[in-house]
Design a protein around this ligand. Structure first.
Ligand code: NAP
Length: 308
């Protein structure tokens, strides 16, 4: 089978850390171009200034992976879809729910694939956690996602601007796991968002969620953590506790321990390949909906200004 001719749009941290290695190791894809506003490139791969120039070159492109900040992702995705080019969207897949729904509709009308790539759902422990929880009664859960923004997002101005998501940029990864593994849909009942006095996006957030059976889920997101970092989910059930740690890579069940390698992006690309080959799309908006609800319903607390 011919490889899927793929381009990367936006050559920043995640494109270099995860997308490039995953693509290079997957024979289903051939990286045929990159598009970068600041002239970044990959040795031996044709480079363009932007997606429009790449599409105008008519080099023959099947798909793009859009690795830019979310504020400009929707327009780029729409441009690609209008040219019949299939789209992998980094998370969060759109800047708001209307844009997400509009992109999903556009892909449907064009018969093209669009994939909202919730990479954390491909962490090693997540599929087993989901299967284990399917027949269990959930009594309650806690999600703690605390990391040091200076370590993980140094100098990323866009993340602090409107539409940059602030602490929900990593926090939505936790929500993408929770909405995937918990057997019941989730509703947001309360939220508190801390905004630095000089920024348009929150540095911390505490959410109260409830599942359809009434179980409470407390979510604690914070970007001010120094020292050891925490990416943990604990779910109490009628059969004992389930714990996912290290962002979903490590799963602890009442009588078993699973420790996997961080294979999120290889698995993400394997899924994208399946979707493209089968002409299907996957665009789950549940994690984005919870974040939107938190902004709609949350109380605002002003806190100390943040400087990088
Ligand atoms: P980044 O390092 O800031 O890279 C984003 C890239 O997008 C830039 O290098 C730039 O590439 C391009 N870009 C286009 N317009 C831009 C603008 N107005 N401002 C800034 N950059 C612009 O960000 P990142 O960490 O790779 O994150 C990108 C996306 O991946 C985000 O949605 C994030 O949530 C997601 N993600 C990040 C991580 C992580 O650990 N960093 C993990 C998983 C997912 P060119 O100059 O080449 O166009």
């Amino acid at each position: 089978m011919e490889p899927i001719r793929l381009a990367i749009v936006g050559l920043g941290k995640i494109a270099r850390d995860q997308h490039l290695p995953a693509i290079m190791k997957n024979g289903d894809f051939a990286l045929v171009a990159t598009a970068s506003a600041d002239g970044a490139s990959v040795v031996g791969v044709p480079a363009f200034d932007n997606l429009e120039a790449l599409l105008a070159s008519e080099m023959g492109l099947d798909a793009v992976a859009i690795c830019t900040p979310p504020q400009i992702r929707g327009k780029l995705a729409a441009t690609a879809l209008h040219h019949g080019v299939y789209v992998l969207l980094e998370k969060p897949p759109a800047v708001n729910l209307s844009e997400a729904e509009w992109l999903a509709d556009l892909a449907r009308s064009k018969g093209a694939t669009v994939f909202a790539g919730w990479h954390s759902r491909f962490a090693a422990g997540v599929a087993t956690a989901r299967a284990w929880l399917a027949n269990r009664q959930v009594l309650g859960a806690t999600i703690v996602w605390r990391e040091d923004v200076r370590t993980w997002h140094p100098g990323q101005d866009w993340i602090w601007r409107a539409g940059g998501f602030g602490v929900f940029d990593p926090g939505i990864n936790a929500l993408s796991i929770a909405t995937h593994i918990l057997p019941q849909p989730l509703d947001l009942t309360d939220a508190e968002l801390e905004f630095p006095a000089n920024r348009d996006a929150p540095i911390a957030a505490r959410l109260s969620l409830q599942d359809a059976a009434g179980a409470g889920i407390a979510v604690d997101l914070d970007w001010r953590q120094t020292g050891p970092q925490t990416w943990d989910i604990r779910i109490d059930t009628d059969a004992g506790p389930l714990k996912l740690s290290e962002g979903g890579a490590k799963l602890s069940l009442p009588s078993e321990l699973h420790q996997g390698k961080n294979g999120e992006y290889p698995a993400l690309y394997a899924r994208f390949s399946d979707l493209v080959r089968n002409g299907e799309s996957e665009f789950d908006t549940d994690p984005l909906r919870l974040v939107a609800d938190a902004f709609l319903r949350g109380r605002t607390i002003r806190t100390d200004p943040f400087f990088d």
